[in-house]
Design a protein around this ligand. Structure first.
Ligand code: FE2
Length: 670
């Protein structure tokens, strides 16, 4: 008889232990063991939370090189079947060889579960018939579990989920996250002490009343926003370092529908408009995507959403100042071009309409589409096409954590017919569908890759642009890490070309994430390691850094409602000189819209206690030393970047923290 030492580690997470009987079968190149119950002489309960328990499995002869294990469990007499979350199984063979089997998933039923030895293998390397068989079985099962659905025509496809309970266990929130995360507006309204106002349809009668409710709970930055929301400098600053740094671009020639002339604008001690355009000192934010979008009815009133054009000037002292705003796309006598020298309320109202347009553009395009929905398409395709033993599965699965679950909740609680976003924002309902469709049809691959995006928008040399500075450094570090890992597994371009599972992954992303729009520039297949490395960098960057940049500051910038109204109740002024404080207060959202918006943004900006920062990989999917070392290097580089960002931030009036790697989560999870 020969003996195998089997060590099973159960996860530390809540409710991860099992009281069931656990069985294992070892399968090697020379044969397989019997199905053996794992009984411990020293531990009464060997599979409790956090337990590391060792067992002996005896076989008549050596099994050769171990390929996989089969694990199953059955309930004890009179005990119910329960769920178990094992992390990993280590096996030491009689020859002294060590085998690592990563598991990291719930086992909730009594069927056999196959797990491969941890050494990563692409399909063309997996030559043993048992390896191939288990690979096919796994993908067949996954394709039954993970099916595509079309939630909104013209938007990325998502996972088909009939109810929260039918969400596969492996993609669900942990118990910790679930218990902490009560995603209801009611819970947040209670926390913010705003519940009594949630049904009030009254308009605000003065700004000080808004201030009183705002002080129930705030952040340092939200308070700064409250104090500076009217300042032109700060209005310009937000296009670079607020929650939506994605729209601004350098402007070398004004669009035809924005007839700003030299005599309209004052360019702060600089040359003429034509000279400043030529020098590269003018910038444009064009919300044309919002033109003609159907708006919601809130409190029985039609709501207003404009499609503004904003012209900004980089001043000699490196500030970005708005110099002209046109609120509708088509120039007309009743569509004046507002400038800072207009009356206080004309100019302020123009900026409020821009900030409200930015709320919809940010939430639906920059946040929902470009991070949440794309991240889900990457994840669903991964789960359907790459088995656990594939190196790309091991690399990317930590970057998909909770994404499918949070998106399912968003569909239930935010953008469903009765969702908070639908009920309380101008672009809820039909408007949302129109914006998502327009945004996806104009989305490009280059715009998802930060270095290309910055170059294309002409923003390389804009001063005080921390989203770009921190983002580019993060992109580089992620890219270096990804290149290192992929170079280890793909020695030559031909390896990429013949990896049929990898090609199936990108193909489904192209079809279901980008709706087969070849004009996006999204690859439909990979032909080189470099192409693959760039795409995988984009996938990790999108789910981590990019999501943090557009998610974490939602309450900071939107908590003070006038800086980011979710909707506006009156149309904008059509002539100059008609706006005053009273018309502004009647235009801003009513009380219920304000507090529901605040509560939702509060909820979406919170960090969970089981947050996993970028580059932390608590699950050991890789058995090889090289990728593990690359992960440690990756963490080290991010620690240095985090220290540099913290040190830079100490010198800033408004610190830019959203891309500090210590605060960036590994995946879209909120
Ligand atoms: Fe988010």
């Amino acid at each position: 008889m020969v003996k195998y030492k089997v060590t099973v580690t159960t996860a530390e997470r809540l409710h991860s232990g099992t009281k069931n009987h656990v069985f294992i079968k070892l399968v090697g190149t020379e044969g397989e063991s019997e199905r053996k119950q794992l009984c411990s002489l020293t531990r009464h309960k060997p599979f409790t939370r956090g337990a590391v328990s060792s067992f002996t499995v005896s076989c008549p002869v050596s099994l050769g090189k171990l390929l996989l294990i089969e694990v199953d469990k059955t309930p004890r007499f009179l005990f119910p079947d329960d769920s178990w979350f094992p992390c990993k199984v280590h096996v030491t063979s009689p020859e002294g060889d060590a085998y690592h089997f990563p598991i990291y998933r719930w086992i909730s039923d009594s069927r056999d579960h196959l797990f491969r030895e941890g050494t990563a293998l692409q399909v063309f390397e997996d030559t043993h018939h048992l390896g191939r068989y288990s690979r096919e079985q796994e993908l067949r099962w996954r394709k039954e579990q993970y099916c595509w659905a079309v939630p909104v025509e013209g938007a990325p496809h998502c996972l088909r989920v009939d109810s929260l309970h039918s969400l596969p266990c492996e993609v669900r929130f942990s118990f910790t996250k679930k218990t902490e995360f009560d995603w209801t507006a009611i819970a947040a309204l209670t926390e913010l002490k705003l519940k009594r106002l949630a049904d009030s349809t009254d308009n605000w009668t003065d700004i000080s009343a808004m201030q009183r409710i705002f002080y129930n709970k705030t952040t340092q930055l939200a308070d700064y926003v409250r104090a500076h929301w009217k300042d032109d400098d700060f209005f310009g600053y937000q296009f670079l370092n607020g929650v939506n740094p994605m729209l601004i671009r350098r402007c070398s020639a004004l669009p035809e529908n924005f007839p700003v002339t030299d005599d309209m604008v004052f360019l702060h001690g600089s040359g003429s408009l034509a000279e400043e355009l030529q020098k590269g000192n003018m910038f444009l934010c064009d919300y044309k995507r919002l033109d003609g979008v159907t708006t919601q009815i809130i409190n029985g009133k039609k709501q207003y959403l404009m499609a503004p054009l904003v012209l900004l000037h980089r001043t000699p002292d490196n500030k970005l100042k708005p110099v002209a705003i046109q609120l509708k796309q088509k120039p007309a006598d009743d569509n004046p071009i507002f400038v800072p020298t207009d009356s206080e309320y004309d100019w302020l109202m123009a900026k409020i309409f821009v900030r409200s347009a930015d709320f919809s553009e940010h939430q639906l395009n920059a946040h929902l589409l470009r991070t949440h929905l794309l991240a889900e398409a990457f994840a669903v395709s991964l789960l359907r096409n790459l088995p656990m033993v594939h190196p790309l599965y091991k690399l990317l699965i930590p970057h998909t954590r909770y994404t499918i679950h949070i998106n399912h909740l968003a569909r239930l609680q935010l953008i469903s017919e009765t969702g908070v976003f639908t009920e309380f924002s101008a672009s809820g309902g039909d408007g949302m569908v129109q914006i998502l469709q327009r945004a996806l049809s104009s989305l490009t691959y280059a715009s998802l890759c930060l270095p290309d995006d910055i170059a294309e928008r002409g923003l390389d040399s804009v001063p005080n642009f921390y989203y770009r500075d921190d983002g580019l450094r993060l992109w580089d570090i992620i890219h270096r890490f990804v290149r290192g890992v992929l170079a280890y597994f793909y020695r030559r371009d031909a390896d990429v070309q013949r990896d049929s599972e990898l090609q199936a992954w990108i193909q489904e992303i192209f079809i279901h994430g980008f709706l087969s729009q070849a004009s996006t520039g999204i690859p439909q297949s990979f032909s080189s390691v470099a192409e693959l490395a760039k795409f995988v960098t984009m996938v990790i960057f999108t789910g981590s850094a990019q999501h943090a940049a557009v998610n974490s500051g939602q309450f900071d910038y939107g908590g003070w409602m006038p800086n980011s109204p979710t909707s506006l109740q009156r149309p904008p002024p059509t002539v100059k000189g008609s706006a005053d404080e009273c018309s502004m207060l009647q235009t801003l959202p009513a009380t219920n819209t304000t507090v529901n918006g605040m509560a939702t943004l509060w909820l979406l900006s919170r960090q969970s206690s089981d947050f996993v920062p970028l580059a932390h990989y608590p699950e050991e999917h890789f058995a090889e030393e090289i990728p593990r070392k690359l992960m440690r290097d990756f963490q080290g580089e991010l620690e240095d970047l985090s220290a540099a960002i913290k040190s830079r931030n100490r010198r800033l009036d408004v610190p830019y923290t959203y891309l500090d790697p210590a605060l960036v989560e590994n995946s879209v999870s909120i």
